[in-house]
Design a protein around this ligand. Structure first.
Ligand code: G6P
Length: 368
């Protein structure tokens, strides 16, 4: 097993550090030389979208969080409304799915029972389907009409890291591809984002250098009972993943909140004993985030901000700041989640937990 860990003390850390390669591999297979995006195996044409008027994304856990980010991508570029449903909720609902629905399921393992059953349910209602999965020939891959593979390689640690970032990459590229086919995006914007994706592995390397910094911040979290993760827009979806990661491996209660909702209840829980992680990469709402950070700071909370290296404002309000390189704001989530993965990892290890096999959890949930 030591050999499999390739010199890392745990699979989770190894897999966090495999993200530059996993992302590079996943980007490369969908890039044309001219900077446009390609998914040749799908066999889709512009006409395919004349029969689609809504998209349903359904998944569990971390994959569900990737779906929440994808909603932003698809609605922005493809201009088709997207609903994102937890698979175990969707499958027992009375869905309004029709033959004009495209159902996208996201699953690292391709074997999660609720996701598989949700896919079958959507198909029963006539939906067309596509699976985004990391597992070739898995049950979900076989059940869906089309498959897009993430090239994360095997993920052993129960807490998903590289599978998640490659899901974000695949879903972003898929959104660009659909928009390209439908003509709802300019080639300039496609090039801008694909250039960013080509650079992404290098940018991930830079963020991974925050390793020791995150280990230090973890020292301050190990005694906490409750930690809040705040964000707006795409950063809210990332905050949800950050909180899940911490809960899974550190066993500390963490809650993610849309920062604008704070004052509708959660602010009552903020004290000097509730550290806050605030993600601020979405320029359109950054001034709102700064106000929210000031609100929690005024209640005594210590705030770790996650933002761009050239953001001069953020550091004025936070207790501590971790920086990511300036990238397109659609790509930012693929970087901003990394410090949160590292933070969860170190908090778990410093608390003496079995970080790769957290209590009560399984890598793949194949029974209900
Ligand atoms: C389990 C794992 C999670 C994962 C979820 C969905 O709960 O512990 O890490 O996100 O299942 O798994 P899937 O394989 O469908 O992505």
């Amino acid at each position: 097993e030591a050999a499999e860990k390739g010199g890392y003390p745990h699979f989770m850390l190894k897999e966090i550090f495999e993200q530059p390669k996993a992302v590079r591999d996943t980007v490369q297979i969908h890039l044309n030389k001219d900077g446009s995006v390609t998914f040749p195996d799908l066999g889709w044409t512009k006409e395919c979208f004349e029969n689609i008027d809504n998209i349903l994304i359904t998944a569990c856990g971390t994959a569900y969080h990737a779906g929440l980010v994808a909603k932003h991508y698809i609605e922005r570029f493809v201009k088709i409304p997207v609903s994102v449903e937890i698979a175990s909720e969707y499958r027992y609902s009375k869905p309004l799915t029709t033959n004009r629905t495209l159902c996208i399921v996201v699953s690292q393992s391709g074997e999660t029972i609720d996701t598989l059953e949700a896919l079958k349910e959507a198909k029963k209602h006539g939906a067309k389907s596509l699976a985004v999965t990391n597992s070739i020939g898995s049950s979900i891959a076989r059940e869906a009409d089309h498959v897009v593979y993430t090239l994360a390689g095997p993920e052993i640690a129960v807490a998903s890291t590289k599978a998640y970032t490659t899901q974000l990459v695949a879903l972003l590229m898929l959104a660009l591809y659909m928009a390209q086919l439908r003509g709802t995006i300019s080639m300039d914007l496609i090039h801008k984002i694909t250039d960013g994706l080509k650079d992404l592995p290098k940018q991930i390397e830079k963020v991974l250098k925050e390793k020791d910094h995150m280990a230090e911040v973890a020292d301050r979290l190990i005694k906490a009972h409750d930690i809040f993760y705040l964000g707006r827009s795409i950063d809210y979806a990332i905050a949800m993943e950050g909180a899940l990661k911490l809960k899974e491996v550190s066993y500390i209660h963490a809650e993610s909140y849309a920062a604008g909702e704070l004052k509708h209840g959660t602010l009552a829980l903020i004290t000097a004993d509730t550290p806050v992680i605030a993600v601020a990469t979405q320029d359109a709402v950054s001034s709102k985030m700064y106000s929210n950070i000031q609100e929690v700071k005024a209640r005594g909370a210590e705030v770790l901000g996650i933002g761009y290296e050239d953001d001069k404002e953020l550091g004025k309000y936070t207790t501590e700041t971790v920086r990511i390189p300036r990238v397109d704001f659609f790509i930012a989530p693929i970087l901003s989640v990394i410090p949160m993965q590292l933070l969860a990892y170190y908090t778990s290890v410093k608390r003496g937990n079995d970080v790769d096999k957290p209590r009560n959890l399984a890598k793949s949930v194949t029974v209900e």
